[in-house]
Design a protein around this ligand. Structure first.
Ligand SMILES: Cc1cc2nc3c(=O)[nH]c(=O)nc-3n(C[C@H](O)[C@H](O)[C@H](O)COP(=O)(O)OP(=O)(O)OC[C@H]3O[C@@H](n4cnc5c(N)ncnc54)[C@H](O)[C@@H]3O)c2cc1C
Length: 330
């Protein structure tokens, strides 16, 4: 048993100030990831600051797009009329994750901050550079079926498992953050999560005390609502993290693709977008051969570690199926 202090307050500014007082302080929102890690002995906080009374519980129109409050539940986000109409892949991605009960508790801010499901990270018996820097990576030669094939380093091959974040990346969402001095910072979602390099313990750019207040879905990517899908391939049909997932979206005119977005989940330590591969769609008529070639481009620098090497072949198949569906080939 590791005792910790629990603070519940309505005042975001004082909570942020308190966050920097003790070393292992964490905000707690839905608790679905944090409490899981505490129970499994993966993380021992000194202080938990409950942020559920903060005023970030709304979804509202913002500059022609939508602002998703950080404390809105994943369920309410997926079910929101304007999300379903204008950004349907966000709704689809959320609904393909976890379970009803978890989604009812899980929040949008917490979803961005969830940690890897690598079984070595989640088991304190094993070395893991993400959990304990310098201890080694048991996954590289171990059971790595769900782990990364892109963006890895010799220190860590963990994958980032969020479905919602893959859809937010395809739609070029922005993350709004309150800084320690109360000022606002805006970070494109693509720049929010980090690759492991030499510091696998760092998952994202958020510094201690910084608080996610909302996520903006821009007006500019509403155009993808008509032709988009979230395809998730997993070992079980429900209640399983992705092996490979893709948020896929295109616009078309006169039988030709005019714009495309593609962001993957569970193949890299962050939601994975390949802008060079996206360019290959533009000006082309849809065909399975084209989509396969684009999928192969995405994995041209991929590296398998045995148990997860099948993902290199799976990615082009997932791309082919998702884009064939939204362009009317199947
Ligand atoms: C069994 C299980 C299955 C799951 N399956 C899936 C799945 O298939 N797909 C998927 O995408 N996800 C899945 N999840 C993950 C789930 O979506 C996340 O656990 C959830 O979104 C986290 O949100 P939360 O509010 O509960 O976060 P918490 O657990 O409260 O917090 C998680 C982290 O985020 C930080 N945090 C929370 N809110 C903020 C904020 N506003 N600002 C700064 N930091 C913050 C906390 O300090 C903590 O470090 C699953 C989870 C479980 C337990």
């Amino acid at each position: 048993m590791h005792p910790f202090k629990y603070i519940r307050t309505e005042d975001a500014a004082s909570a942020i100030a308190k966050h920097t007082e003790a070393e292992k302080t964490q905000f707690i929102a839905g608790g679905t990831n944090l409490v899981d890690r505490i129970r499994r002995d993966v993380f021992h906080p000194d202080v938990l600051i409950d942020i559920n009374k903060f005023p970030y519980h709304k979804i509202e129109e913002h500059q022609g797009g939508l602002r998703l409050g950080a404390l809105v539940s994943n369920s309410d986000t997926a079910d929101h009329k304007a999300v379903k109409k204008n950004y349907p892949i966000v709704s689809e991605a959320i609904l393909l994750g976890a379970t009803d009960q978890l989604r009812n508790k899980a929040t949008n801010g917490g979803n961005l901050m969830q940690r890897t499901r690598c079984s070595y990270y989640m088991s304190p018996k094993f070395p893991c550079n993400k959990r304990e820097p310098g201890s080694g990576c048991a996954a590289i030669h171990g059971h790595n079926r769900i782990l990364s094939i892109l963006g890895t380093s010799e220190n860590c091959i963990a994958s980032f498992p969020s479905d919602m974040c893959a859809s937010l990346t395809a739609l070029e969402a922005k993350v709004n953050i309150m800084d320690i001095d109360g000022s606002e910072i805006v970070i494109p979602i693509e720049e929010f999560h980090a690759l492991p390099g030499d510091t696998p313990e760092i998952d994202n750019v958020l510094k201690p005390g910084q608080l996610i207040t909302s996520i903006d879905l821009p007006a500019s990517t509403k155009t993808f609502a008509k032709r988009s899908t979230y395809l998730k391939v997993r070992d079980r049909h429900s209640y399983a993290f992705a092996l490979v997932s893709v948020a896929a979206a295109v616009t078309m005119e006169a039988g030709v693709i005019t714009d495309a977005r593609m962001a993957f989940g569970s193949i890299a330590p962050k939601p994975w977008r390949d802008k060079e591969a996206e360019k290959m769609f533009i000006g082309q008529a849809p065909s399975k051969a084209l989509f396969k070639k684009i999928g192969e481009k995405v994995v041209e620098n991929a590296k398998g570690y045995g148990g997860n090497s099948f993902k290199i072949e799976l990615v082009p198949r997932v791309v082919t199926r998702a884009f064939s569906e939204i362009t009317g080939l199947i």
